[in-house]
Design a protein around this ligand. Structure first.
Ligand SMILES: Cc1cc2nc3c(=O)[nH]c(=O)nc-3n(C[C@H](O)[C@H](O)[C@H](O)COP(=O)(O)OP(=O)(O)OC[C@H]3O[C@@H](n4cnc5c(N)ncnc54)[C@H](O)[C@@H]3O)c2cc1C
Ligand code: SF4
Length: 505
C-alpha cells in the first residue's frame, strides 16, 4: 500500500522531510481548513498569502507528476479540520500510512501525536529539519546553563556552520558590529521601493474568497503584492541583497514616516512558510560580503537575525512550551485597546506603526518592538491578548517565532529568560530613532501635563509599578537610581496622570 503525505501551509518546501522519500503511488494531501484559518482572526493579506502560496505549491507538485488531493476552503465537502481531511482522503489515496512533518506550533504537534489512534492508521510524524538547530541541539546547548542569552548561542552557530569565520575566529575580529549599526535616520534618507508582484489568476481568486469569507478581519485584499511562488520569493531575496543589504545594519533601527519597508528584507513570510530556506539566505548574504558588494557590519547584522535570533527563539519556544504560553512575570492584565485594530489614536508613532500593519500585514522589527511592543509593556497589557494580536496581524506570524518575541523579548512575561532586561523606553528613544514625533498631538519633550508624551509618563509609572520585580536587576540600576532621585510629589503626579491615560485606553 501507499502513503498519504500531508503538507501544511508552512511546509511549502521541496526539501520538507515528509516528501523526502516519496514513491510512485504515494499521494500528497493539502487542505485549507477553518480550524487553522480562524483560531485567531488572521489579517486578510496573511490568509491570502498562505492560501495562494499553498495552491501554487500544489501546482508545482502536480508538475512533478505527484498526485495531489487539495481541499479548498470553499469546497462544500471540506470537513474543516486536518484530521477530517485525512480521514476523507485515505481511501481515495489507497494509502495505509500517513506521513507528516511535525507542525511548527506546540498545539498542532501535540494533536498530531493523537492522529494514529484516532484514525486507526500508522501515522509517522517526522522532524522538521529545515532549521539549523534541532530541538536536541538546542536542549544540549541550554541544559545546565544559568543564562540562555542569544549571543552565546549565535557564536556557537557561527562556529558550527563556519559562517563569517576565519581560522576559528570571527572575520574582522569581532562577533558583532552593532557599534556601527543602528544610526538614526538622516534627513532625506530614501529607501528603495520594495519587491512587488502583480497577483495572477490563482491569487486573484483567493483574494475574492478571503474578502468574502473573512470580511471582518483586519486589512484589505487590495494592494496584495507579495510573492507566492519560490521563484518570486527568490527574486525578492535577490532584490534585497543588492538594493537594501548594504545599509541594512546602519539603519536597522531607524523609522521614517511613509517608509514602512526601510532597509529590511521583508522575507520573514517566505522563510517561515518554506519558500526560502535559512541556509540559502545565509550563504547568499555571506557571498555579498565576500564579493565586496555589502559591508561586514550589514552582512553580520543580517546573518545574526537568521542564524542567531530566528534559530534561538525557535529553540526557546520548544524548550519552554507549554508553560511559556502561560508566563506573566509582571502580572500584566490590561485588555488590548481598540486602537490596536483601527490605528485610531493620537499617539502618532503608534498610529503609523499600526496603520502600516493594517495596510501590509507587515511592520518592521523596531516598530514591533519599540513602538507597539514598548507601549504594550509600559501599559501592562495582558500577554495572552498581545500574543494573540501579533499572531493574527503579521503575514510572517507563527507561534514558534511570534511568542518568544512577544512574551520574552517584548513583554518580559517570561521573567528574563530571553531578554536580560525589559525593552522599556520613554518617548526620547522613539524621537531619536524616527521622525514620528514631529506633528504628534503630544510633545515628546514634555514630561508632565496634558501635552506630555504618554510614553514619558508610562515609562516611570511602569518602573514604579514593577519595582519589586525589577529593581534588583543589575541592568536596571541606572533607571532605578534616577527614580530614587525623583521627589515624592512628582512621583504622585506621574502616577495620577498615567492612571488617567490608562483609563482612557
Ligand atoms: C513583538 C514582536 C513580534 C514578532 N513576531 C514575529 C513573527 O511572528 N514572525 C517572525 O518571523 N518574526 C517576528 N518578529 C521578529 C522580526 O520583527 C521579524 O522577523 C521581522 O520584522 C520580519 O521582517 P523582515 O523579513 O523585513 O526582517 P529583517 O529585519 O529584514 O530580518 C531578516 C530576517 O531575520 C529574521 N529575524 C529577525 N529578527 C528576528 C527575531 N527577533 N526573531 C526571529 N527571527 C528574526 C526573520 O526571519 C527576518 O525575516 C517579531 C518581533 C517582535 C519584537
Ligand atoms: S510624542 Fe510620544 S506619542 Fe507622540 S510620536 Fe513621539 S513618542 Fe509617540
Amino acid at each position: 500500500m501507499a502513503c498519504l503525505r500531508v503538507i501544511l501551509g508552512d511546509q511549502l518546501s521541496d526539501e520538507i522531510s515528509s516528501l523526502r522519500d516519496i514513491a510512485s503511488g504515494d499521494s500528497v494531501l493539502m487542505a485549507e481548513v477553518m480550524t487553522e484559518a480562524s483560531y485567531v482572526p488572521h489579517h486578510k493579506k496573511k490568509l491570502i498569502y498562505v492560501f495562494s502560496a499553498m495552491r501554487h505549491f500544489a501546482e508545482t507538485l502536480r508538475q512533478r507528476n505527484i498526485r495531489v488531493f487539495y481541499t479548498r476552503l470553499d469546497d462544500p465537502e471540506n470537513s474543516h479540520s486536518l484530521l477530517g481531511e485525512i480521514a476523507r482522503h485515505i481511501d481515495k489515496a489507497e494509502a495505509d500510512t500517513v506521513i507528516v512533518t511535525n507542525g511548527g506550533e506546540y498545539r498542532l504537534t501535540e494533536d498530531m501525536k493523537t492522529w494514529g489512534e484516532k484514525l486507526r492508521l500508522a501515522v509517522e510524524c517526522r522532524d522538521d529539519d529545515r532549521f539549523l538547530a534541532s530541538h536536541d541541539d538546542f536542549q544540549q546547548w541550554a541544559e545546565g546553563r544559568k543564562s540562555l542569552r542569544m549571543e552565546y548561542f549565535y557564536r556557537d552557530m557561527r562556529r558550527r556552520y563556519d559562517v563569517l569565520m576565519e581560522h576559528g575566529k570571527p572575520v574582522g575580529g569581532e562577533w558583532n558590529y552593532d557599534s556601527e549599526n543602528r544610526a538614526p535616520p538622516k534627513e532625506g534618507l530614501s529607501p528603495p521601493k520594495p519587491f512587488a508582484v502583480a497577483p495572477d489568476a490563482i491569487t486573484t481568486e483567493v483574494m475574492a474568497m478571503v474578502t468574502e469569507r473573512f470580511a471582518n478581519n483586519m486589512g484589505d485584499a487590495d494592494g496584495f503584492t507579495y510573492a507566492v511562488t519560490r521563484g518570486d520569493a527568490l527574486a525578492a531575496l535577490d532584490q534585497f541583497l543588492t538594493d537594501r543589504l548594504p545599509l541594512f545594519g546602519t539603519y536597522q533601527d531607524a523609522m521614517i514616516d511613509n517608509e514602512p519597508w526601510m532597509f529590511h528584507a521583508h522575507i520573514g513570510l517566505y522563510l517561515n512558510s518554506g519558500l526560502l530556506s535559512p541556509r540559502e539566505i545565509i550563504s547568499k548574504a555571506q557571498a555579498q560580503w565576500q564579493h565586496g558588494k555589502a559591508p561586514l557590519n550589514a552582512v553580520e547584522g543580517f546573518i545574526r537575525q537568521i542564524l542567531g535570533w530566528r534559530e534561538y527563539v525557535r529553540g526557546i519556544y520548544w524548550y519552554r512550551m507549554p508553560l511559556y504560553a502561560q508566563s506573566n512575570a509582571l502580572a500584566a492584565d490590561r485588555p488590548l485597546p481598540d486602537f490596536f485594530w483601527t490605528a485610531d489614536t493620537k499617539m502618532r508613532c503608534l498610529r503609523i506603526s499600526i496603520q502600516n500593519t493594517i495596510d501590509h500585514a507587515y511592520a518592521h522589527h523596531i516598530q514591533r518592538l519599540m513602538v507597539i511592543g514598548n507601549f504594550s509593556l509600559l501599559a501592562g497589557l495582558d500577554p495572552a491578548a498581545v500574543n494573540a494580536w501579533y499572531l493574527a496581524v503579521y503575514a510572517d506570524a507563527y507561534e514558534w517565532v511570534e511568542m518568544p518575541n512577544v512574551h520574552g523579548m517584548t513583554l518580559y512575561a517570561d521573567g528574563g529568560d530571553l531578554a536580560s532586561k525589559p525593552y522599556a523606553a520613554s518617548g526620547a528613544y522613539i524621537n531619536r530613532m524616527s521622525n514620528y514625533c514631529k506633528g504628534c498631538h503630544y510633545s515628546v519633550t514634555s514630561k508632565l501635563g496634558k501635552s506630555a508624551c504618554p510614553f514619558n509618563l508610562l515609562y516611570w509609572d511602569f518602573l514604579m509599578r514593577n519595582q519589586d520585580q525589577l529593581a534588583g536587576n543589575p541592568r536596571m540600576g541606572m533607571p532605578y537610581r534616577n527614580l530614587a532621585r525623583m521627589d515624592a510629589a512628582r512621583k504622585d503626579q506621574i502616577r495620577l496622570e498615567s492612571a488617567e491615560i490608562l483609563e482612557t485606553l
